[in-house]
Design a protein. Structure first.
Lengths: 286, 269
């Protein structure tokens, strides 16, 4: 069946227009901005490679990237371990599975702002619920958000609590694709539970693992609202994430050219990290 | 014995994920001075914190703003996403492959790169402090197009050809024949889009400065961060509770759809 030639273009026109205006123009403009100094109000000034020079010497930006990586390095393994653990528990034909799934998923649907405001109180040094709990069982208080060494791990812990429900569901779906006979034949050979998990379950759920790593990497690199609300990037800039730093450069100081440079550079890092992860995991799966 | 262990772990898990929300609700109705000792139930119930929230910020207006913005964005994404998805799956045109690659490419493009120039675009369009800034840039999404494309491919070509023979136009085919047959895809895309739009905070903070146009998460964020809550725990938690309620209520009714839809963002990768 032939349709009128123009019709398909009518269908894709909204996307093409949207793509040109809101994606390709901004990317090109961002590239152009990197060579300029601009606060939006005064006229733009061409500055050559000055923004790049500044970036190379910007210790705070380097620290914000390092902070983001620290967040990822704690958050991703923790998330995978916890999610996999609960997914395995749920896959054991338990009753009330609907209730448990719904409960674990609750923080996923609730806005990050709610979770952040709530955890800011739980993490309070004096009178925060967690410290009260620690004191009541005879332990000392922890400076969850006030100790520069602990603040970022605290945020990573909270992010794990918020997101892990999604990954439990993903792993649970992955576990259900593992054929039952593999376990049965392993049992005949006398394999232990751990061996079955290590040599059957883990390799079989590799595609899910891949997805979980990529999704939480992308999520982690956009870390913003948690430090913005809880710590403002402190103490001693220990929770200053890269996106928070770019936001500050752009919308506190109105350094549009420099902020665009940072955004471009940081996006490059994200793409490289995801590319490496992809290559590495593809190799692992064979 | 083993079963007992499994259930113990699962129940502890459920408590860990639910209890903090219970605590938040309890703290939001507790008298200000007693929050520091609160564990399970407040000594007495007072709605003082809530009345302070309503007096200090236009929270009801922000609920309307959020609903309006998220619903409009969802309508746009479902309409346009299904149009492009239909063109990709059942129509022939030049540049189809190119279009497909562009869509995949934009999906991998980190938003950090377009944040600054998109803001400048809003300034130039004079859209700062208007609903346009919150809606139009989000009107199309690559993910929705890919999902509709995949779903429409499962719908037999015969059905569409038969409609064409009957003289149905392409728009009629999409909205009258494909849509009713693609409800699962529409629900999935709808929920994902609505939730993403509802939870967005960074972009509203950048483009909206007028209290009366702020989205609910944005207003609550700025309320908690800025000085207006006067560092009163109960008031901040009341604002957070108000923000959580609409989603938790929707979740209570449609929990199966929420879980399926949000998990499928990952599964379709």
């Amino acid at each position: 069946m032939k349709t009128k030639k123009a019709i398909p273009y009518l269908f894709i026109a909204p996307y093409v227009i949207h793509f040109l205006v809101f994606i390709s123009f901004p990317v090109l403009f961002s590239f152009f901005l990197m060579f300029n100094k601009w606060n939006i109000i005064a006229p733009m000034k061409f500055v050559g490679f000055q923004n790049f020079y500044r970036l190379a010497h910007d210790h705070l930006f380097m620290q914000s990237i390092l902070n983001t990586i620290i967040f990822l390095v704690i958050h991703i393994p923790l998330q995978i371990i916890v999610a996999l653990f609960f997914a395995v528990m749920l896959s054991k034909k338990v009753k009330f599975i609907g209730f448990f799934r719904a409960a674990y998923f609750l923080p996923v649907v609730v806005s990050g702002v709610v979770v952040t405001i709530l955890w800011q109180q739980l993490y309070g040094y004096e009178g925060g619920l967690l410290n009260r709990l620690l004191v009541s069982i005879g332990l000392g208080k922890v400076g969850w958000l006030v100790d520069p060494k602990i603040a970022m791990p605290s945020i990573a812990l909270m992010a794990t609590w918020k997101n892990v429900g999604l990954y439990i569901i993903l792993f649970l779906a992955g576990l259900q694709t593992v054929p039952q006979y593999l376990y049965e034949s392993a049992e005949l050979e006398g394999a232990s539970s751990w061996q079955k998990f290590r040599y059957i379950t883990l390799p079989m759920i590799n595609p899910t693992m891949f997805m979980v790593v990529i999704l939480s990497t992308i999520g982690g690199f956009s870390l913003f609202i948690e430090p913005y609300v809880m710590t403002g990037g402190g103490p001693l800039n220990s929770t200053l994430s890269a996106v928070l730093y770019i936001y500050k450069q752009g919308f506190f100081y109105y350094h549009m050219g420099y902020a665009a440079t940072l955004g471009f550079f940081f996006a490059g890092i994200i793409l490289v990290v995801i590319f490496i992860q992809r290559r590495y995991i593809e190799k692992e799966t064979g | 014995m083993k079963k007992l262990f499994t259930y113990t772990i699962l129940i502890i898990g459920a408590v860990v994920f639910i209890y903090p929300f219970w605590w938040m609700l309890a703290a939001s109705v507790a008298p200000q001075t007693s929050i520091g000792n609160l564990t399970l139930l407040p000594e007495s119930v007072s709605l003082d914190s809530y009345s302070q929230v309503f007096n200090k910020i236009p929270i009801a207006r922000s609920l309307f703003n959020s609903l309006f913005v998220s619903l409009t964005v969802t309508l746009g994404v479902v309409t346009f996403g299904s149009m492009v998805g239909y063109a990709l799956s059942h129509l022939e045109f030049k540049g189809k492959n190119l279009l497909f690659y562009i869509i995949i490419f934009t999906m991998t493009l980190p938003f950090q790169i377009t944040l600054i120039p998109q803001y400048i675009l809003m300034v130039k369009f004079n859209w700062v402090d208007s609903y346009f800034a919150l809606i139009v840039p989000y009107f199309l999404s690559g993910l929705s197009i890919i999902m509709f494309n995949q779903y429409f491919k499962t719908i037999p070509k015969d059905l569409i050809d038969a409609a064409r023979i009957d003289g149905c136009g392409e728009f009629r085919i999409l909205f009258r024949i494909l849509w009713p047959n693609a409800l699962p895809a529409i629900i999935t895309v709808g929920i994902i889009t609505f939730m993403t739009s509802w939870n967005e905070v960074l972009w509203p903070i950048i483009v909206i400065r007028d209290d009366n146009l702020m989205t609910m998460p944005q207003l609550v964020t700025l309320f908690a961060v800025g000085g207006r809550a006067e560092s009163q725990l109960g008031v901040k938690l009341a604002a957070a509770t108000l923000l959580a309620i609409p989603v938790i209520v929707a979740y209570a009714f449609f929990q199966k759809y929420f879980i399926q839809s949000m998990a499928s963002t990952g599964l379709k990768e």
